[in-house]
Design a protein around this ligand. Structure first.
Ligand code: KG4
Ligand code: ZN
Length: 333
């Protein structure tokens, strides 16, 4: 019997989840809207809001899962990677909680957890599988051999896919985070209206910084001829940008699947909520005979459910850490 309480505070969402014998029975996410006006997450503001949100979020999760503090067997927390000030709030809280209740502490790597979110609901992937992890800070193709035996076989050399979405949205004067808004506008646009060149990057790696600049130049040029270019063509621009990003991602996944001769393919991270990516992946799977795993929306963007399921796997093998543990802005994979 085990009840794991998990805390995620790596960026701008405070989240607490409960995993009861391997089942997620609560996953509460307190979003921070304060950053919308700044075009990106302000670390100092993020950590202050985590401080305000953490206690009510813990209480709500306990209530949703119908458990008390005394029922908890262990506390799992995100140790990194992420913003140091944000991580500090979750790590300090987890340490005090474990100390007060005299229960074990479990450290979780945020990037592992995004992938392990696939073990929350059925169908679960079979090892080995490939996972395209695409978030605001990372773009990786990971060969997943076992729960904590993972190898990055391709990654971005500069911007992450989420940044490509968010920075394009900024060029289009959409608020932060722009990824979901591009997705929304793309639904009404023509994905082939404009063509953006695919970066030519070796192996299974990615690059999005030149891609973003090419969009900026394209928009500037169009605006010289028509100052209302963005407003008049927003849906088509969003659909075309999204289509290009999805093609860049899927072309590398196809290459990886061939190289490793694996046809179990998963996606994870905030950008895996993108409807264009989800649809195109399913289409590619139908064409190539892949088995694909697409997480439920609530487990795509940052959430503690994924930390709880990763914590549960570590609980089973008694993989605990001591009170000397500290957050890591950069954390080895
Ligand atoms: O995993 P996540 O919540 O946080 C990080 O660990 O970074 O990912 C956030 C990223 C942001 O860049 C956001 O714009 C992007 O995921 N995102 C999306 C969508 N939903 C979230 N990008 C495109 N389409 C979406 N529907
Ligand atoms: Zn994340």
């Amino acid at each position: 019997m085990s009840v794991i309480l998990a805390i995620e505070s790596s960026c701008d969402d405070t989240s607490v989840a409960i995993c009861n014998n391997g089942k997620i029975t609560a996953n509460v996410i307190a979003n921070q809207t304060i950053h919308e006006n700044y075009g990106g997450v302000i670390p100092e503001l993020a950590s202050r809001v985590h401080q305000q949100n953490i206690v009510p979020t813990i209480e709500q999760a306990l209530k949703n899962a119908q458990v008390t503090k005394q029922d908890i067997s262990a506390v799992a927390f995100t140790q990194g990677p992420g913003l140091l000030g944000s991580l500090l709030v979750g790590v300090s809280f987890a340490k005090s909680f474990a100390l007060a209740l005299n229960i074990p502490l479990i450290s979780v790597n945020h990037m592992h957890a995004h992938i392990l979110a696939h073990f929350i609901d059925d169908p679960k992937p079979n090892f080995p599988f490939l996972c395209l992890t695409v978030s605001g800070g990372h773009t990786q193709i990971v060969l997943v051999k076992h729960y904590f035996d993972m190898e990055i076989v391709g990654e971005t050399l500069d911007d992450a896919a989420g940044e490509a979405f968010d920075k394009t949205a900024k060029i289009l004067q959409l608020p932060y985070p722009g990824g979901p808004l591009i997705d929304k506008h793309a639904k009404n646009g023509n994905p082939l209206a404009y063509k953006f060149a695919e970066p030519q990057i070796a192996d299974l790696n990615f690059s999005f910084s030149g891609f973003k600049t090419s969009i900026l130049y394209f928009i500037r040029k169009q605006e010289k001829e028509n100052p209302n270019f963005i407003a008049e063509n927003l849906d088509d621009i969003c659909a075309s940008v999204q289509h290009s990003i999805v093609q860049i991602l899927l072309n590398k996944v196809k290459k990886a699947a061939k190289q490793f001769n694996i046809n179990e393919i998963a996606i994870a991270g905030g950008v895996s909520a993108n409807s264009g990516l989800r649809d195109s992946l399913q289409q590619t799977a139908n064409d190539l005979g892949w088995k694909v795993y697409i997480p439920a929306f609530q487990y795509c963007t940052d959430n503690a459910g994924m930390i709880a399921i990763a914590g549960y796997q570590k609980f089973l093998t008694k993989d605990f850490v001591g009170q000397e543990v500290s957050p890591k802005a950069r954390m080895e994979f």
